[in-house]
Design a protein around this ligand. Sequence first.
Ligand code: AMP
Length: 192
Amino acid sequence: MFNLILFGPPGSGKGTQSEKLIEKFGLIHLSTGDLLRKEIANQTQLGLEAKSFMDKGQLVPDEVVIGMIGSALDANPAAKGFLFDGFPRTTAQAEALDTLLTGKGSEISLVLALEVGEEELVARLLNRGKTSSRSDDRDENVIRQRLEEYRKKTAIVADHYAKFNKVSKVKGEGSIDEIFGSLAAEIDKKRA
Ligand code: AMP
């Protein structure tokens, strides 16, 4: 299996690039943000609980997202590989993911870390908020809180994988196709 983490702050283009990467490389897309929004749309208990955190720009508790990812892995036994988008966001989530994958005789192959400046991130998210149905993109305070969560809890997840030499940094500014080209080149290098 080829398991990829597309890493980076909110607004760095993970969702956009994930769509293109899964198509090119035949991976299954696992976005915890998308899974949580589906739970909210279906008005499940999990969705209701998660919404209160998401509306404030805070991370949802680890056990909730780890449980969702565990179920999604089990639901796709024949996968060639997974693309994790927006997960893991804490060191505890990264360790849990490693354990889940080890249990399946697999591991993370590569972490691609998108790098985008903070003011560019805020501008992109506010812009997305104009057209998307996401309320967390419409309020600058919530956006700044999400970036703060990223700095405090998520940025260190890259260090966890850097210890195993699995992280490649990619410039996340430029055209969608340029950035996609850089990401695909890193994957090809790793798979060669
Ligand atoms: P995203 O769509 O990845 O920007 O996620 C939207 C919101 O969902 C985040 O601001 C968090 O509240 C929540 N969320 C998504 N993924 C995770 C995760 N791995 N851990 C904790 N909270 C998450």
